[in-house]
Design a protein around this ligand. Structure first.
Ligand code: IMP
Ligand code: MG
Length: 178
């Protein structure tokens, strides 16, 4: 295991099993709806890549890049660094996130995209961390509920590190003070 990690919260095997299940569920729910999966970069990239391989219906994909976080605490402000490349009017959107924490990011994004009149917007998140929810957002699909701890791996970072870990781990507290 990586020496900066205190313990593994969710193993690669557990992730694989659950992501496959959620991909199949979305495929059933969105049959004939030709949804657009909108990945929220950068944290979504591994989750979305795995999820999409379990989605069996016609669909398309696009990405947005937002930033709202520095280190282990949210700044509360959301900045759009990359917007969608296509028209979404009348389309079913599925936002793909790594983790729903305060909800500020997804609440902002939902309202930002709603103006373009999509047919619907739903949210799929790898993890739901409800302890510090500030904005009224709920996930339509959440693979794992996680406790109030800062987690890394499988796309999630601490100051851009640890995204490449194949599991979700809890960082050793001394890593924060580096
Ligand atoms: P929210 O706006 O507070 O819901 O935060 C959403 C973003 O904060 C996520 O997409 C992550 O990039 C980041 N984030 C929140 N909690 C964690 C964590 O435990 N580890 C790594 N990133 C996190
Ligand atoms: Mg992040």
């Amino acid at each position: 295991m990586n020496s900066s990690i205190e313990r593994v919260l969710i193993s690669a095997e557990e992730i694989e099993e659950k992501v496959s299940e959620v991909g199949k569920q979305i495929s059933r729910d969105y049959e004939c709806k030709n949804p657009i999966f909108v990945g929220v970069l950068k944290g979504c990239f591994i989750f979305m890549a795995d999820l999409m391989r379990h989605v069996t219906i016609p669909c398309s994909m696009d990405f947005m890049a937002v930033s709202s976080y520095k280190g282990t605490s949210s700044t509360g402000a959301v900045k759009i660094n990359k917007d969608l490349n296509q028209d979404i009017e009348g389309r079913h959107l599925i936002l793909v996130e790594d983790i729903l924490d305060s909800g500020v990011t997804l609440n902002y994004l939902k309202h930002y995209l709603m103006v373009r009149q999509p047919a619907s917007i739903s949210i799929v998140t790898l993890m739901d961390k409800p302890a510090h929810r500030k904005a009224p957002v709920t996930a339509d699909y959440a693979c794992f509920d996680v406790p109030d701890a800062f987690v890394v791996g499988y796309g999630l970072d601490y100051n851009e590190r640890f995204r490449n870990l194949p599991y979700i781990g809890i960082l050793k507290p001394e890593v924060y003070s580096d």
